[in-house]
Design a binder for this molecule. Sequence first.
Ligand code: GTP
Ligand code: MG
Length: 136
Amino acid sequence: TQRTLVLLKPDAVRRGLVGEIIGRIEAKAGWSITALELRTLDRDTLADHYAEHEGRPFYAPLMDFMVSGPSVAMIVEGERVIEGVRALSGPTDPIAAAPGSIRGDFGTIVRENLIHASDSEASAEREMKIFFPGLS
Ligand code: GTP
Ligand code: MG
């Protein structure tokens, strides 16, 4: 069984979509939330998380957006949950995301695309340590 790191970004919290998005995740058979925190993320934490994007044109506005208000960080555990939460989320660009996906149903802006989910087992291990350093 897998674990993945999920962030509900500041737009999701501001727009009151936390319950809706968590509901979709919780509704999947056998998946459960094993850690959850509402917190305004700091730039050091985000620089670590988004290190692969440093130097890209969207990096600075992405960082400004990500510190603009509280996010929900959580760990979700269950069968194929890494691939699964990304499938629920849809592609990065919400306009390209199919209706029925989280980004497809609620998003229009690439930067403000509501949710982050780890993209591999290695990313999940790395990202869980960044957001939940107390966990094993
Ligand atoms: P995350 O789940 O947040 O990591 O998104 P992703 O894996 O679908 O995308 P990626 O890791 O490539 O980019 C991280 C985040 O940067 C995205 O979720 C967007 O918020 C933002 N981003 C990525 N590419 C672009 C872009 O071309 N333009 C803008 N404005 N933002 C981007
Ligand atoms: Mg990514």
